[in-house]
Design a protein around this ligand. Sequence first.
Ligand code: ATP
Length: 425
Amino acid sequence: MRAICISTGNELLLGQTVDANSAWLSRRLAELGVIVSEHRTVGDEAGAIARVILQAAQEADWVIVTGGLGPTPDDQTREALAEAVGSPLAEDPTSLAQIEEYFARMGRAMPPPNRVQARLPKGCQPLANPCGTAPGILGRLGRCQAALLPGVPSEMEAMFEQHLAGPIAEAAGGRAILTHTLRCFGTGESQIGAMLADLMQTGRNPAIGTTASEGVIGVRLWATGDLPEAARQLLQESATEVRRRLGVLVFGEGDQTLAEVVGGLLRKRGKTLALAESCTGGWMAKAITDVAGSSDYFLRGYVTYANQAKTEVLDVAAELIALHGAVSSEVAEAMAIGCRERAGSDYALSVTGIAGPTGGTPDKPVGLIWLGLASPDGVATRELRWNPTLSRESIRSRTVQAGLNWLRLVLLDAANLNQPKKVRP
Ligand code: ATP
């Protein structure tokens, strides 16, 4: 079964609203076993919407249109469906009573313009709206069912669940499309693509694709089966194979964050963490404390931006900074040691670097970062070199992820703190 989502509204075409409705519908339809073949967006003009509905109805079993069911003249979707099915609009007494009742519940009389929302093409069926005034409409165009839903996401979602999810799942005959995402850090998207090349070939079931965001690579698996169990099994087999190939590059699944995973490992091992941040300005502490329950393992974070703060708060010797510069392996190491001693934590992670766009030199360009990690097993530093053309935001965000990932690998025993330090250029 195929579906096409049509979103309507000039604000979508102007880029003022992002089409979240089609994204939500696509995810939901996939769960019900329906492939969404296209998203189409059209402005507030009945003729244009009617044309798009008619074209889509030639190609899909279900067409779901969102938006344009309000009471104002720019709400044109009712007229568009009337044009597409070739039936005039007529007032539906049941819908009118429901709209009046909606206003009565709020202690108000129905404003006259809302009356138009009770109109639907003859032969079509109204879909009651439990949370707003605009009823939806269900119509048939040949073999295709066309459903009109309001644009407001909460109303659209509630009405989809109430009126459409059941019949669509039934028509899909139990066929299931299941997805699973593995989240990776530590190498680029192309490297992961190369490691999974044969699994990513077009036409394979499950289909596998990658996405990248601030250094985190998502490997998305997408399995289709005649029954949910068959799809689940295929998904599981492929996910196991992907995990086997990528090893510790995989840090989590679904929407898990590195901070959650690191937090889970610290809790499991009964260890505590403190942070000493310069160029990330507290971002790492924010990421760690975004996780509920992080007070179990996170003791404190220091934002030591100025050299003097590094000296006063973390006992970094002023001479060390004068000799090597604040962005150096030596200072990252001293920050981590000072942080661990001051906080009394098991682990202390430090970060110092040049996030740009200013402040770089030929010797120490924008994107150069030093991380330090002090632990019961010793102290080590790591150099990161981000592309200097990345934004300040991106350099800082990736640094946070890289720092957390290093800590993850150490906690997993996959990175050795006694390994030789990288020599500074
Ligand atoms: P209402 O009767 O409540 O006005 P409607 O069917 O007329 O509903 P629209 O006027 O088209 O819906 O949209 C109402 C609001 O819903 C928009 O201002 C926008 O905030 C949101 N919206 C509409 N379409 C989308 C979409 N495709 N994705 C995300 N939000 C949307």
